[in-house]
Design a protein around this ligand. Structure first.
Ligand code: ZN
Length: 197
């Protein structure tokens, strides 16, 4: 199984073009690039966006579920950061990812790689949550999938409503975690999310 499809069609980050645009932005903000301490900022910004918006390819090796394990597998507190597509400011937090295996299981470290993959885009938290769940569902054909993301959005804490410390929780459940109340409650208890999430 190969790298997931990208979220939307786009080319690679054009670093020289980003550097020129960053220089234009600084000038538009009223700054002179003759200022010694600012002169390398456009190049740093360009490298930063290159890093934040380039997903690392990965091989999502799956294994046969030989032991016929049919209980929840949950990895909690996977750290992530992504750029919100409305302000290009970061939102950062943790992901909790779980599934009830079907015929295939996935290396546990790959759950973190999947979260990282979908964070290297201009994102909204709701979509990213669903994308991680949908990818697991289509790759593993599990009996159930649950994904919870908890994040703080800089665009909410440093501007606008200025609500520092506020966290946004999103969840996506598929299969048994959607249809079976007991499985769903077990998942939500394991990830420490409110049962109404
Ligand atoms: Zn935003």
């Amino acid at each position: 199984m190969a790298t997931p499809d990208p979220i939307r069609a786009r080319g690679p980050v054009d670093l020289p073009a980003v550097e020129a645009a960053a220089a234009a932005l600084l000038r538009a903000l009223g700054y002179s690039l003759d200022d010694e301490s600012l002169k390398d900022t456009p190049r740093r910004i360009s490298r930063m966006y290159g890093e934040l918006l380039t997903a690392k390819p990965f091989e999502s090796t799956t294994f046969p579920n030989d032991g016929a394990y049919d209980e929840l597998v949950v990895v909690r507190d996977i750290p992530f950061h992504a750029l919100c597509e409305h302000h290009l400011l970061p939102f950062t937090g943790v992901a909790h990812v779980g599934y009830i295996p079907g015929p295939r299981i996935l290396g546990l470290s790959k759950l973190a790689r999947v979260v990282d993959f979908f964070s290297r885009e201009l994102q909204v938290q709701e979509r990213m949550t669903a994308q991680v769940a949908d990818w697991l569902e289509s790759t593993l054909e599990p009996r159930g999938v649950g994904v919870v993301l908890e994040a703080e959005h800089l665009c909410m804490t440093v501007r606008g409503v200025r609500a520092p410390g506020s966290r946004t929780t999103t969840s996506a459940v598929r299969g048994l975690l959607r249809t079976d109340p007991r499985s769903r409650a077990e998942f939500l208890a394991l990830v420490g999310a409110a049962s109404g999430a």
